[in-house]
Design a binder for this molecule. Structure first.
Ligand code: BG6
Length: 476
């Protein structure tokens, strides 16, 4: 009983939240660079001015982030010390293709990741690579309108051809788009999409989503052709919906919300637009333009496994008063009165992870991979940078227990688990450094002050023990 022998324990990061070095090694500018900390972080959603470059009024945390660009050896060594079997990281697209539409890649960018993968292999760590984690080269945003343009599919295909060939034998596990459903909720930060006066926003989003879905199928095709060993996954921002009451309307509202998210991975996993989505699009007057061969591509190149992030369950209601009170999450959800919440209002629900895993496994019958889970919290280090983060250990142990139940009791096939932000990094949602997830503390604050020194938190040794016992010993 318990997790499989080759269970992939590890941690996850994303290029834009940890690398920094935004203008080094020939890297081009990306959408994720020009989003500042603070209330202007989502300018397009807020309908504020477009921010396609830096200005003097704002602080841009991704520019330096935690400077993993220069600290990666030290960081991987620490991951290895914890016993990581896998390390999930993402490629900076604009490091490899600075503009995005070149035919030839930037060798320095390619080499940067090759060195990282080799370093991982040195320690027996299997890289798990997200091809795009929210990022899109700014040149593609400005010249083509990012994913609203079909041309992006070709540029992404070019990127895939280059990386699958270059990293053959070094990388086996790939994710095509991080939290692909995020395009609906954070279009600029999540996919470089912005809207002009008069745009039919829904139409633009779903057309862009179609382009990503086709690109994802093409990536899966190339990955399998280049190396049959390659395993490709989709990636969903998951969290099952509970109805606020047993009122059938609330249950139905939850179903609708879930489908909005499932839509993406239904296509990636089953290979076709589901009937409910076609009906909904027709009702809303959304006409997704497909090219000849798209349907066949989607059908022929479905993903090998389903990966997802899980932070919380969500609640659906039809009560207008309750709808007013959102839980501080980008997935505006009603507060669940039975759950506690983090300092950022994210509700904590370990059983919800088991429920979500079962929902996904029942639906797809493909192996699952939990590629993000964790607690964003304020840490208070002592003079040596040591943090007694019992709250994090508590959160993680309860979630690991729930996922063990899903495996042991329910028979879910789970490939691995990578906690989010295994080393402190910049928050995607807020741009803050003080929302920390790591086992490793990084000395840097919201304004970019600090030595960038790394130090182990209490949870570092805890996770080391969890991995060493293959999830048997979760005690603090
Ligand atoms: C996921 C993203 O949505 O949640 C990560 O894939 C992100 O990039 C994580 O960092 C946690 O969110 P936040 O806003 O606390 O950083």
């Amino acid at each position: 009983m318990g997790f499989r022998k080759d269970f992939l324990w590890g941690g996850a990061t994303a290029a834009n939240q940890c690398e920094g070095g935004y203008n080094e090694g020939g890297r081009g500018l990306a959408n994720v660079d020009v989003v500042p900390i603070g209330e202007d972080r989502f300018p397009v959603i807020a309908g504020k001015k477009k921010m396609f470059d830096f200005d003097d009024e704002h602080f841009y945390p991704a520019k330096e982030a935690i400077d993993m660009y220069h600290h990666w050896k030290e960081d991987i060594k620490l991951f290895a010390e914890m016993g990581f079997k896998t390390y999930r990281l993402s490629l900076g697209w604009s490091r490899i293709f600075p503009q995005g539409d070149e035919t030839e890649p930037n060798e320095e960018g390619l080499k940067f990741y090759e060195d990282i993968f080799k370093e991982c292999k040195k320690y027996g760590i299997e890289p798990l690579v997200t091809i795009t984690h929210f990022d899109c080269p700014m040149h593609l945003v400005e010249k083509y309108g990012a994913w609203r343009s079909r041309e992006l599919v070709g540029f992404y295909e070019n990127l895939c051809n280059v990386i699958f060939n270059r990293y053959k034998g070094l990388v086996k596990y790939w994710l095509t788009f991080n939290e692909i459903n995020m395009i609906l909720h954070a279009p600029f930060m999540g996919a470089g999409l912005y809207f002009e006066e008069g745009d039919n926003v829904e139409q633009v989003k779903y057309q862009a989503a179609h382009h990503e879905l086709v690109a994802s199928a093409i990536a899966t095709k190339i990955a399998h052709e280049v190396d049959p060993e390659n395993q490709v996954g989709c990636m969903l921002a998951a969290g099952s919906y509970y109805p606020y009451t047993p009122k059938p309307e609330d249950v139905w509202a939850g179903r609708q919300e879930e489908r909005e998210n499932y839509f993406f991975i239904d296509v990636q996993s089953r290979g076709e637009y589901p009937a409910y989505a076609l009906k909904e699009m027709a009702r809303k007057g959304i006409k997704v333009k497909m090219e000849e061969g798209d349907k066949e591509l989607l059908k022929a190149h479905t993903v090998d496994f389903i990966s997802f992030s899980y932070y919380s369950s969500r609640v659906a209601t039809t009560d207008p008063e309750l709808l007013e009170q959102t839980a501080g999450n980008i997935f505006a959800s009603v507060k669940n009165p039975y759950l506690e919440a983090s300092e950022w209002g994210w509700q904590i629900d370990p059983l919800g992870l088991r429920i979500t895993m079962n929902d996904l496994y029942d639906r797809y019958q493909k192996p699952l991979f939990i590629v993000e889970n964790g607690l964003g919290a304020v840490d208070t280090p002592d003079e040596n940078g040591y943090v007694e983060d019992d709250y994090r250990i508590d959160y993680l142990s309860k979630h690991v227990e729930a996922m063990r139940d899903a495996v042991d009791q329910d028979g879910v096939d789970l490939l691995g688990y990578t906690t989010w932000g295994c080393i402190d990094l910049v928050s995607a949602g807020t741009g803050e450094m003080k929302k920390r997830y790591g086992f490793i503390y990084v000395d840097r604050d919201n304004q970019g002050n600090g030595t960038l020194k790394r130090s182990k938190k209490k949870s570092f040794d805890w996770y080391k023990k969890v991995i060493a016992t293959n999830g048997e010993d979760l005690s603090n």
